[in-house]
Design a protein around this ligand. Structure first.
Ligand code: GDP
Ligand code: ZN
Length: 298
């Protein structure tokens, strides 16, 4: 038996927490544990009814909401799968924003292209741009099962989280994976968090932990329309844009902002087609966030 329990899901003052081989139970949290998130490791007291101690986190995925508040999504993540599909149409800007968060965790980013059965999700040119960032796409279909073996193999033995827009098929992918590689009934999570929406579809309202028999785990996260990573400094931004950061070493001015400065190597790389203009646009959007976030923290 592992010496800790796992947070499967977080709901306001409560959390679903499971010890090895036991189904998760919904426990009320003491005020000092109100920061707990899906994926956290905790120790319970002797009654097993209360969280006693939060174990140190490897990392924590957070976002800034529309009011600039810090929102914890999940903790202890090894691999973040950014899911796109032909429908809803993918947003490069959203991928770039997720990448900043992932590369700063740090965790491994992967691009997961779902609904392979319905056609191509993105033009090859822009997928190539992500390949240069070591984001080799993996094609799958939750519907036909295409690619799921490869996905399960790539995810084995680590904690994986699915992120992306609503409707790309994150919940369907988790369901398909559980179907083929799921655990025994005893550890099967409650599906109470899948609230039926108006169209009878299921909407994930909070990140949820799903253990797999191959030693790995999947976290399904709520779909987003937009995502704002935490960017406390220019260093954070540079880690999220290694392509731009590398180019920027060759700008004439050390403090070049890559807007219209003479001798800007980033603008030159865009002119020559080496760097997609969309990447620099995402950089500028996020660079504009830094002062506001710095104020919000202070
Ligand atoms: P989520 O919001 O990202 O969790 O997306 P869902 O799992 O709720 O899926 C959204 C819609 O896409 C549902 O109608 C699914 O049936 C459909 N869907 C999911 N995966 C696939 C797939 O691989 N192929 C096709 N054709 N439809 C899919
Ligand atoms: Zn420059």
């Amino acid at each position: 038996m592992t010496p800790f329990a796992r947070v499967f899901a977080r709901h306001n003052q409560m959390a679903d927490i499971a010890r090895d081989d036991e189904p998760p139970r919904r426990l009320r949290l003491h005020r000092r544990f109100r920061d707990l998130a899906c994926g956290d490791r905790v120790e319970l007291d002797t009654t097993g009814e209360q969280v006693d101690h939060l174990l140190e986190r490897d990392n924590v995925l957070v976002r800034r909401d529309g009011f600039g508040r810090r929102k914890v999504i999940a903790a202890n993540i090894d691999c973040v799968w950014i899911v796109i599909a032909p429908e809803p149409a993918p947003s490069r800007n959203l991928i770039d924003r997720f990448l900043v968060a992932v590369l700063n965790l740090p965790a491994r980013p992967r691009l997961l292209i779902n609904k392979q059965d319905t056609g191509p999700a993105a033009p090859p040119e822009w997928l190539n741009a992500y390949r240069q960032l070591d984001l080799e796409p993996l094609y799958v279909s939750a519907k036909t099962g295409y690619g799921l073996d490869d996905l399960a193999a790539a995810a084995a033995g680590q904690t994986n989280i699915l992120v992306g827009q609503s409707g790309v098929g994150k919940s369907s992918l988790v369901a398909a994976l559980l179907d083929q590689y799921g655990l025994t009934d005893a550890t099967a999570p409650a599906t109470g968090e899948l609230a039926a929406s108006g169209e009878g579809r299921h909407t994930t309202v909070t990140a949820q932990w799903f253990p797999l028999a191959n030693g790995g785990a999947w976290i399904d996260s709520p779909g987003v329309r937009d995502f704002t990573p935490e960017i406390p400094s220019l260093d954070t931004l540079e880690r999220g844009f290694p392509d731009i950061a590398e180019c920027a070493d060759h700008c004439r001015f050390r403090d070049c902002r890559h807007q219209r400065e003479p001798g800007c190597a980033v603008l030159a790389a865009i002119d020559s087609g080496e760097l997609p203009a969309a990447r620099l646009q995402a950089w500028h959007d996020l660079a504009a966030e830094i002062p506001a976030q710095t104020r919000a923290r202070g």
